[in-house]
Design a protein around this ligand. Structure first.
Ligand SMILES: Nc1nc2c(ncn2[C@@H]2O[C@H](COP(=O)(O)OP(=O)(O)O)[C@@H](O)[C@H]2O)c(=O)[nH]1
Ligand SMILES: [Mg+2]
Length: 209
């Protein structure tokens, strides 16, 4: 089983990305579970339930756990991951899962996942705040296994220079991949899947099934 941690600022597209990836992996016959972290609400879990369980009917409702962490989002994914570990245990007890996504409650550039919670981490930024983020660096941006820069459809409206963002990302990430995507137009999502399938050694996972 692979645990994929998804983190990044509030509104960058973490839940939208998890919904997209969950559907892609379900199409490939993987069994997927999702844990969401929200600080004071169950908003994301309810949205995923309504999209993937009720509307698309691709996920059993028992494969989603919505955590209300009540405090600083970093604490629940790094300093004290016990609540999330319990959620993963609960999900795994109900059925044998291949992939579990864990969404953080919203982060700054320094956030990272405890290795207990995540085998592979995806940091999601978006272009709507301009092109400054990759240049700022910070552990989440430099150390995540994959950096996703989402909402490239919005770049022209805020004057975000995508080639500058790519240059900055390449220079701070020292060879680790960055994917530029839009989850609205779906541009770049094929390349994103190519990177993920290669990095996660999906052939190996399929072999174990
Ligand atoms: N224009 C545009 N909007 C997007 C894109 N991806 C997500 N959104 C929207 O951005 C908002 C925040 O997305 P969400 O996934 O909830 O972000 P989260 O807080 O990081 O989980 C939602 O209204 C999404 O529909 C994108 O690629 N382009
Ligand atoms: Mg979310």
């Amino acid at each position: 089983m692979i645990k994929i941690g998804v983190l990044g600022p509030v509104g960058s597209g973490k839940t939208t990305l998890i919904e997209f990836l969950a559907k892609e992996f379900i199409k490939m016959k993987f069994k997927v579970g999702i844990v969401t972290n929200d600080v004071v609400s169950n908003f994301d879990a309810v949205r995923i339930y309504s999209d993937l369980v009720l509307k698309d009917k691709v996920l059993p409702k028992e494969n989603i756990v919505g955590l209300v962490t009540g405090g600083c989002p970093h604490t629940a994914i790094r300093e004290d991951p016990s609540l999330n570990m319990r959620a993963i245990e609960t999900l795994s007890r109900k059925s044998k899962l291949d992939i579990i996504f864990i969404e953080s409650g919203g982060d700054n550039v320094m956030s990272t996942f405890s290795p207990l919670l995540s085998d592979y981490s995806i940091f999601v930024l978006d272009t709507s705040a301009g092109d400054k983020y990759p240049r700022k660096g910070g552990l989440g941006i430099t150390q995540s296994d994959l950096l996703v820069i989402n909402k490239i459809d919005l770049a022209p409206y805020v004057g975000a220079d995508l080639s500058k963002m790519r240059e900055d990302a390449e220079s701070v990430r020292e060879g680790k991949p960055t994917a530029f995507i839009s989850l609205r137009t779906m541009e770049g999502t094929e390349e994103l899947m190519r990177i993920l399938l290669e990095d996660l050694n999906i052939e190996g996972l399929l072999g174990n099934k």
